[in-house]
Every structure is written in C-alpha cells, then in structure tokens.
Design a protein around this ligand. Structure first.
Ligand code: UGA
Length: 453
C-alpha cells in the first residue's frame, strides 16, 4: 500500500457510497463497502454498476482489480477501519417536507456495535442541521475514544467520478475542541482534521480549498449550496414566465446577465426546471428544519422557488395542448427524455415523466424514449408506453417534446427526423435545440421562455 494508506469503510453503497468507496480505493486506501442489500453488494463486488454513471464502471473495476476494494452485506466487515464514511440516503418523508433519517439512524446504530477506539465516523449524507451533534453524542456514549466529523459531498450525477476525485472544495465539520470535544472533556480523542487530510491526501495536495468548521456549518453548507442552485434555476424560470408574457427571449437574457461574473452563466438554463433525488427534497427538508428551529420565515422564499419550478411542468403541458389545436385528446405525443437530466438513468422526481404522465391523463397517446432510463421507467411507470428510439417515439406524432437534453437528441437531424412524424411540431422543454435548424427544416418550434410566434 502507498504510504499513508488507511483502512476505510463506506456504509451504504447507493449512488454516493459506491462512487465514494471506489474513489477512496483509487486514492490508495484499503476500502470495504458495506451494503445491506445483498444483491447490490454482490453486483458491485462483481464489477457491475447498478445505475448509469459515465466512467464509473471502469473506476469500479480498476479498484476491484487492485485488490483494495471489497463489498460486504455485513457491518462486521467495517470493524477495524480507521475511518467509517456514512453514505446512506436521506429521502423525503412520505407526505411531508422533512427528511427521513431512518437509514442514517439504523446505519449509525449498527456501526456503533463494531466501532473501536481511535476510529473516526464521517458523515457524508445530506442531513438536517443538528444531526451531526446528535450522532456525535451517541458515538461519545458508546466509544468515548472515537470521534465524528461531518464532510458533505457535492458530486453531481453524470460527473460523479470527476467531482469526487477533483472536488471544488473540501468541508470538514469537526467537534468544537474549545468546548472539550464531543466527549466533553480534554482534547478530542481523534484528530479528525489530520485524519481526513490523510484520507484526501492527493486532493489536499492539489490545493483544493478546504473549510474546517463546526458541525452545524458543515451540514448547512450542503443544504445552502443546493438551495442556492435551486434558486438560481427558479430565478431564470421566473424570468422565462415574463419572457413568455412579453415576447422576450430568456436564452439571450441568460447569456447577457451571465456575462456579469458576479452572476455567472452556469445554472441559468431556463426550461422544465429541476428534479432528481437532491434539489427538490433538499429545499423541502431545509424548510421543514427551519420551521422546527423557529426560523421558518428565513426560508419562505424556497417555497416560491419550489412553486416556480413546479409551474414549468404545467406550462409545458399547456404549450403542448396549444400546439395540438387546443386538445390533447387522442393526439400522439413523442417525449424525448425521461431521466431528470442527461447522462443519468435517475428518474426520481423527473420533470419529464411528470409532464408525460399529465399529457397521458389529458387523453394524449404518449410515447416515451430515453437512452438510459427506460428500465427504470418500465419498473416504476408501467402506465407509460416506452420505446427504444426517438424515431419510434415520433412515428406519426402530432408533436415532439424534448424534455431531457441528451446529446443524441440535440444532434438529431431535423430534416430526416421530420419524415417520421405526422406534423412537424417540436416543443423544446430545455432550450437545447438549434431553433433555426429546426425551423429551416419546416418545423413549428416552441420553447419555454422564448418568443412563441
Ligand atoms: C445536485 C448538485 O448540483 C450537486 O452539487 C449536489 O452534490 C447533488 O445535487 C446532491 O445533493 O447530491 P444533481 O442532482 O446530480 O446535483 O444535478 P444538477 O446538475 O444539480 O441538476 C439538478 C436539476 O436541475 C436537473 O433536473 C437539471 O435538469 C436542472 N437544471 C440544472 C436546470 O433546469 N437548469 C440549469 O441551469 C441547471
């Protein structure tokens, strides 16, 4: 093993945990991934990735081949690791805004049975502020010579490997040593910062900015960052609503305001808005937590961010009805894209599927296609008709809707594609198509936030 290599456990090998485990092995550590879902643990151990993520299968197989990475369904495999990363999910609670901490609590309880002195528990899951302090107390009660740190993760789906190995910043939330550490007396039992620096040695050596702070700030960095991103998207989508009302063009507007460095062009792509397993549930859990803390007014604007976001989906359905001569009944609609964003097979809170389902409810004959997400759609949205290619989806269509901006859809040849549809009408839900090229090929082009004449 390279000098400085550590024994590391990663508890929970879903999206975040699997990528983190393989990445830590890539950095030279000896890693065991603990995943209670036996099938998932077996698949990962065999080098099979249970989700779509560009570049991840290669990384997983390389890490397995190095002999530094293994997976187990049993927590006892984590015994003796110097660092234990908690990577379990925190979904939205059914029918509520708050986060469901069941998995975090179960994983911690089970980890405490094998945790040893001198070891460090590191939380990576997105949690309501206050969770880390509570878990630190549990650790201190059971194993006073162990410690806990909070180290949020900022990876994006589709760029997970790159984001993990080359993050924008590292954030360590550590026990307040001035207050005597989590155990309550004397110096902290484990130097969490030094240990995390060893875990991330090559990343630290890259001069990646590092913020060492208290638990609450570290937890909030994550939810604040996602809230800011969601707000930025809803801001431009609110401008899109105004553009639709005035005939202005939101894409040019975004380009023009984005030239100001203080604003920046990233995350100003107007369209169907945000979905996925993070942004929507994180802003809701943040609002719920603020309410519990008696500070709900601070985040009432996030309710509006959520509302603006959900209105885009309704607007898309309206636009489809308008172009289909004011009635969706019996109209054939091709839906290009089902994943919540390109380069992912994740369909959690996918705006595309939400729109497809609403169109179907209004009597349209909808066909959905996606390069990666169809197996998930077939499993969870049995009522939707799925087809493998955009051509099949568009055969005889009254309108084509681009709802997830996969590269292969942006590269469609509008002339050739036009020969399969009944009527050349395209609705660009992501402002991703080359309007002129489609119009030149005889298509009626409509988009969210653009002149629709
Ligand atoms: C998001 C954050 O970007 C990550 O930094 C964070 O680590 C992650 O959540 C998480 O909490 O785990 P992710 O959900 O993978 O990452 O996807 P994003 O790239 O943020 O996109 C979210 C949604 O916003 C997508 O539906 C996308 O289509 C939409 N979006 C994004 C827009 O509508 N417009 C934009 O300009 C950008």
């Amino acid at each position: 093993d390279p000098p400085g290599a550590l024994k590391i456990s990663v508890i929970g090998c879903g999206y975040l945990g699997a990528v983190h485990a393989a990445s830590m092995a890539e950095l030279g550590h000896e890693v065991v991934g603990v995943e209670v879902d036996v099938e998932k643990a077996e698949a990962l151990a065999a080098g099979r990735v249970p989700f779509f993520e560009p570049g991840f299968e290669e990384l997983l197989q390389r890490s397995l081949a190095s002999g530094r990475l293994s997976f187990s369904p049993h927590m006892k495999a984590a015994a003796g690791a110097a660092v234990h990363f908690l990577c379990v999910g925190t979904p939205q609670r059914r029918g509520e805004y708050a986060a469901d901490l069941t998995y975090v609590e179960a994983a911690t309880a089970s980890l405490l049975d094998v945790l040893g002195p001198g070891e460090l528990v590191v939380g990576k899951s997105t949690v309501p502020v206050g969770t880390a302090a509570r878990l630190a107390e549990l650790v201190a009660e059971r194993v006073p010579e162990a410690a806990l740190a909070w180290n949020p993760e900022f990876l994006r789906e589709g760029f997970a490997v790159q984001d993990t190995l080359h993050p924008d910043r590292l954030v360590y939330g550590v026990a307040d040593s001035a207050a005597g550490g989590a155990a309550g007396a004397g110096a902290p039992p484990v130097d969490a910062e030094a240990l995390l620096d060893r875990v991330y040695a090559p990343i630290v050596a890259d001069r990646t900015p590092k913020v060492v702070t208290d638990y609450a700030t570290a937890e909030m960095v994550k939810t604040a960052a996602n809230s800011f991103l969601a707000t930025k998207i809803s801001f431009i989508n609110a401008m899109a609503e105004l553009c639709e009302a005035t005939g202005a063009d939101v894409k040019q507007l975004a380009d023009a305001i984005g030239h100001d460095d203080r604003i920046g062009r990233k995350f100003l792509n107007a369209g169907l808005g945000f979905g996925g397993g993070c942004l929507p549930k994180d802003i809701r859990a943040f609002m719920a937590r603020a309410g519990e803390l008696g500070a709900d007014q601070a985040l009432t604007f996030l309710r509006e961010v959520d509302n603006i976001n959900m209105r885009r989906r309704i607007r898309m359905v309206e636009l489809a009805r308008q172009v289909c001569d004011d009635s969706l009944l019996g109209k054939r609609i091709a839906v290009l894209g089902a994943a919540f964003k390109p380069d992912s097979d994740d369909i959690r809170d996918s705006p595309a599927l939400n729109v497809a389902a609403q169109l179907q409810l209004q009597g349209a004959n909808v066909r959905v296609t996606d390069p990666q997400a169809l197996p998930n759609v077939r499993r969870q949205w049995a009522q939707l008709d799925c087809v493998d290619t955009p051509e099949e989806a568009a055969e005889g269509a009254d309108a084509v809707l681009l709802l997830t901006e996969w590269r292969q859809y942006k590269e469609l040849d509008p002339a050739a594609f036009g020969s399969v549809v009944k009527t050349r009408r395209v609705l660009d839900g992501r402002n991703a198509l080359d309007r002129e090229a489609w119009e030149a090929a005889g298509w009626t082009y409509r988009a969210l936030g653009r002149r629709n004449v």
